[in-house]
Design a protein around this ligand. Structure first.
Ligand code: GDP
Length: 361
């Protein structure tokens, strides 16, 4: 970042800005988190609303816990935080491994905290449940941002389904916002349908790409380009600058071929060098332009309301499914019915009827 004189200028301008209330030392120390004892729900809520990152972090751990008591407490905390959430911009970032997501998020995040913003970085990586470790698990990633007291970074929750992982992240967004984080970044590497899940919980969706590699090479799935509100060609530095500029022009032409979005926003393409912190500020300007358009037309609010409805239905589906499969009698009977199907002794429809009836007993 320091390599970019523009960024330095912006940082200087912000010297006189008073830190948000939740980050000043006196408020951080008001409530202390004990290492061993699990705080009460009230303590959690107070800690989060005061912007205490330790409480925020422990509360997200509760959300991610499989323990029923923890889940109940987490649900109470999320409900209490809900009226304090919503005041933010939520940005989704996707791109194949190696495109520079973490380098970009680090540079972008530092730029935003330099502007006086509070940045939370969450991730959705369904593959982390298959034992590979999460995309944000590597401690060396985003080192500077991790140390920034106006940033909060949380690796992807693990889980055996994208639905479960996505729901936990969605709840974590609520807690981060209640804790005063006004810019939420959700990173995904695009395994399975994870881009769609991220798209359904953010205001702005950003696709990172590289110049000179075809979509096949970059592993970009059909439909992702349509979802993007901005495409950023990263690694536009050194010998790569010319290729990046060409790619930018190509994408800009291609994007014009897609139908106009409901928001009336025309997706933008830009180049940047995350490594050298160059043009990272331009990406934020694009997002500001988007916010100004969609807030002016009230599309921003409409989209969030539609997303809430979508998540209500998603949550019900998810919970019904979880309840069904964790029902002790269903678990036992499922094995039996599967065997019967194997031997052609029962149709799948009859078996389903038996199991569903059991689950509501
Ligand atoms: P991710 O897997 O998408 O999170 O990618 P990383 O941020 O880990 O970056 C992958 C590699 O690309 C690292 O070696 C970075 O140093 C490098 N990289 C990231 N951004 C840039 C950039 O803007 N320019 C150049 N030249 N290299 C970059």
């Amino acid at each position: 970042m320091e390599k970019d004189p523009q960024n330095k200028g912006t940082m200087h301008e912000m010297d006189g800005v008073k830190p948000p209330k939740s980050t000043d030392a006196s408020s951080i120390n008001r409530i202390k988190l004990s290492r061993n004892k699990l705080p009460g729900t009230g303590e959690f809520i107070q800690g989060i609303l005061e912007g205490n990152r330790a409480f925020l972090s422990r509360a997200i751990t509760l959300i991610e816990s499989t323990n029923v008591k923890h889940q109940e407490q987490a649900a109470e905390i999320v409900t209490a935080c809900l009226p304090h959430a919503n005041n933010s911009v939520r940005i989704g970032i996707t791109g194949v491994p190696g495109v520079g997501k973490s380098t970009f998020i680090e540079a972008f995040g530092k730029h935003l905290t330099g502007l006086g913003k509070k940045v939370a970085v969450l991730a959705i990586d369904p593959s982390s449940s298959i034992g590979k470790g999460s995309i944000l698990g590597d401690k060396t990633r985003m080192e500077a941002l991790v140390k920034d007291e106006n940033a909060f970074i949380r690796p992807s929750p693990s889980g055996d389904s994208l639905g479960g992982v996505a729901q936990k992240t969605r709840e974590a967004i609520v807690l981060c916002e209640a804790a005063g984080f006004d810019t939420i970044i959700i990173e995904t590497i695009g395994v399975g349908q994870s881009e769609t899940a991220v798209h359904s919980m953010v205001d702005f969706f950003l696709l990172l790409k590289l110049a000179g590699a075809g979509d096949e090479l970059q592993g970009i799935k059909r439909g992702i380009i349509e979802m993007a509100d901005a495409i950023v060609i990263n690694k536009a530095d050194g010998d790569n600058i010319r290729a990046a500029k060409l790619a930018k022009a190509e994408f800009a032409r291609a994007l014009h071929l897609y139908p106009i979005k409901e928001s009336t926003w025309q997706p933008k393409v830009t180049t940047c060098s995350a490594l050298f912190g160059e043009s990272v500020a331009d990406v934020w300007h694009i997002i500001e332009e988007y916010l100004s358009l969609t807030k002016g037309s009230s599309y921003f609010e409409q989209k969030r309301r539609a997303q809430n409805k979508y998540w209500l239905l998603k949550t019900i589906n998810q919970q019904l499914k979880d309840q069904f499969y964790s029902h002790p009698r269903v678990k036992k009977e499922l094995e039996k019915q599967l065997e019967l199907i194997e031997k052609d002794k029962v149709t799948p429809f009859e078996a389903a009827k038996v199991l569903l009836a059991l689950s509501i007993k």
